[in-house]
Design a protein around this ligand. Structure first.
Ligand SMILES: Cc1cc2nc3c(=O)[nH]c(=O)nc-3n(C[C@H](O)[C@H](O)[C@H](O)COP(=O)(O)OP(=O)(O)OC[C@H]3O[C@@H](n4cnc5c(N)ncnc54)[C@H](O)[C@@H]3O)c2cc1C
Length: 291
């Protein structure tokens, strides 16, 4: 199918983009990598009267890695962030998650910020942002606001972005020293959205005991489900953690739905397995970094 008719806008600067978005308001949609929006248009599941293509706005094509974290601009492609040694060094979870996003050809075009705004509960990057307590910067003509991940994702394919706003960047905070991360998932075919997936972060104390542990689960709720499992892990070395108890604690906190890909029971089971796998791997990485 072909998309319904729309007026095309190709602004060349951020200021021009915000001006156009203010003019078209609720009738406009931003076009970034197009890897989610174009299929939606072609299937006529979206029919905006105006398409605002930001691909010429070079000032949005940025990746800034500093000691506090990584700020990714709205035009930074998945592949560019995945390949950025500076971004991977500051926040390894970005690279660990991005290699699981779709296929290389889609990652060459799709953007990190577009994926966050699209807010698919099966997508990896919303879980990464939620796990790390990151944020999205939203700009409109005459102002901007920074929205934390917990408030940004409001439902399946729904975010806090208001009509007339552009998501200009996202911030992925760094973790304290002696931290490790991992992203584990199961998909029916390589590159498909995950039937279940778990992002994990573990921080060890000076005696190599677990000081903090969190997971964010995908495909098991309307938004990424973040569970702090620090207390269940207890202040003990990772080697003696009761991972089965941790997995059960997370399973108790999720409410997966059945669909054509998997039953709710299977998704709950998978999540438990992936929680153990991801936390073990994150704890290993934290231990290696501390040696
Ligand atoms: C075959 C296939 C498999 C895929 N598998 C996965 C997968 O396994 N995991 C995964 O996470 N994703 C997957 N994707 C989606 C892919 O990662 C997309 O690139 C991503 O979801 C959206 O990024 P985009 O830049 O292409 O956004 P677009 O498609 O351009 O836009 C998506 C939505 O976000 C809005 N938007 C985009 N950028 C902005 C902005 N800066 N400000 C305001 N609104 C904005 C658009 O208006 C639109 O509503 C897959 C896609 C395909 C086609």
């Amino acid at each position: 199918m072909k998309p319904p008719p729309f007026d095309y806008h190709g602004p060349a600067s951020l200021g021009e983009t915000l001006q156009v978005l203010a003019e078209v308001g609720p009738h406009g949609k931003v076009l970034a990598g197009g890897q989610s929006l174009i299929p939606l248009l072609n299937m006529r599941l979206a029919a905006p009267a105006h398409l605002v293509d930001i691909n010429r706005v070079a000032e949005l094509d940025t990746i800034a890695a500093g000691p506090g974290g990584v700020r990714v601009g709205a035009l930074a492609r998945h592949a560019a962030v995945e390949r950025s040694a500076a971004a991977r060094a500051v926040q390894p979870l970005l690279g660990q998650a991005l290699r699981l996003v779709a296929h290389p050809v889609i990652r060459n075009r799709g953007t990190v910020v577009g994926s966050l705004v699209h807010a698919d509960p099966s997508a990896e990057l919303p879980a990464v942002l939620a796990l790390l307590g990151g944020s999205v910067r939203l700009a409109r003509l005459g102002g901007e606001r920074e929205v934390g991940a917990a408030e940004f994702f409001t439902g399946p394919l729904e975010s806090d972005l208001a009509p007339g706003e552009l998501a200009v960047s996202a911030f992925f905070p760094a973790l304290p020293e002696r931290s490790g991360t991992a992203f584990c998932e199961v998909a029916r075919r390589h590159g498909d959205y995950a039937m279940a997936g778990v992002a994990a972060a573990v921080t060890l104390d000076e005696d190599f005991r677990i000081a903090a542990a969190r997971v964010a689960c995908v495909s098991v709720g309307p938004v990424p489900v973040v569970v702090d499992v620090t207390e269940v892990c207890g202040p003990r070395p990772a080697a003696s953690a009761d991972w089965d108890a941790v997995a059960r604690a997370v399973q108790d906190r999720i409410d997966p739905e059945e669909d054509i890909h998997a039953t709710a029971t299977y998704r709950r089971h998978l999540t438990g397995v992936l929680v153990t796998r991801a936390l073990r791997s994150a704890a290993d990485e934290a231990g290696q970094g501390a040696l």
